[in-house]
Design a protein around this ligand. Structure first.
Ligand code: NAD
Length: 257
């Protein structure tokens, strides 16, 4: 028996259609969990669910979800309960970003960034916590970012929204420890995902990303599969004494304690 066992568990992964979220879905299913992907991209989410289900032999389904809408997050939770009868794990990986100097941004961009990266996490946690509290068990892993810990040129609102995710995660960890629910945050550094690929189309962003890569001790971006094991560990009972923590996976980019 391996240290990390997810047999019999059900997980919700937002943003699981691609990038880090998809790697997390794959890793959770390989560890034995059934998984529900909640993502805006219906076709990609369904394709990922089918492929991962075939690989892993677990049940993996997609529910089209816009995490910026509380009613969508509640429907995602209700659908998971209808299909599997329980939610043991929630991983919030849905996210979005555009690099731009702060003074060139506008309120529309601020609202979009905050509503996907912060309010989205608030919505899904609000949807699943009553169920987890009633069962007196659960583990939530929220994808924050190293930008939240050290700041990042061109990402003023994004880094602030990810810092909000950290403060929110720590507070939920305190409020729900008595319910045996753990809440932790994972901070990737720079990871080679479709989001980064799209952002690199812009010259300003590509220069910043290339300069960040030159500062990473490993001199390369991470792969989604290099973030997923940390998320699965924190989601699993192997991490049962770990809550309210913020853990980076970043090739050494930030070594802040
Ligand atoms: N890639 C990186 O370098 C990096 C670094 C630090 C943190 N992160 C964080 O990791 C998470 C995953 O990022 P990624 O790079 O894999 O991005 P990605 O764009 O490759 O994947 C994100 C997924 O989230 C989904 N999504 C976006 N808005 C949504 C919404 N409103 N409702 C539901 N789903 C939505 C997208 O459809 C997509 O499938 C994000 O929270 C991101 O902020 C990424």
């Amino acid at each position: 028996m391996s240290i990390i066992e997810m047999d019999g568990k059900t997980a919700i992964v937002t943003g699981g259609a691609r990038g880090i979220g998809r790697a997390v879905v794959e890793a959770l299913a390989r560890a034995g969990a059934d998984v529900v992907i909640g993502d805006l991209r219906r076709d990609e989410a369904e394709a990922a669910a089918l492929e991962i289900s075939e690989h892993s032999g677990r049940r993996v389904v997609a529910v089209q979800t816009d995490v910026t809408k509380l009613e969508d997050a509640q429907r995602l939770c209700a659908e998971t309960l209808r299909l599997f009868g329980r939610v043991d794990v929630l991983v919030n990986s849905a996210g979005w970003d555009r690099l731009m100097p702060f003074v060139k941004t506008d309120p529309e961009l601020w609202d979009r960034v905050i509503s996907i990266n912060f309010r989205g996490v608030v919505h899904t946690c609000y949807a699943v916590l009553p169920h987890m509290s009633e069962r007196k068990q659960g583990s939530i892993v929220n994808l924050s970012s190293d930008t939240a810990r050290i700041g990042s040129f061109g990402e003023a609102i994004y880094s602030a929204s990810k810092a909000a995710v950290i403060a929110f995660s720590k507070t939920l960890a305190r409020e729900h420890a008595r319910d045996h629910i753990r809440v932790n945050a994972v901070c990737p550094g720079l990871v080679d995902t479709p989001l980064i690929e799209e952002m690199r189309q812009d010259d300003f962003t590509r220069k910043i990303i290339d300069s960040i890569i030159s500062y990473i001790p490993f001199k390369r971006m991470g792969e989604p599969e290099e973030i997923a094991p940390l998320v699965v560990f924190l989601a699993s009972d192997a991490a049962r004494y770990i809550t309210g923590q913020v853990v980076s996976a970043n090739g050494g980019l930030n070594m802040v304690g």
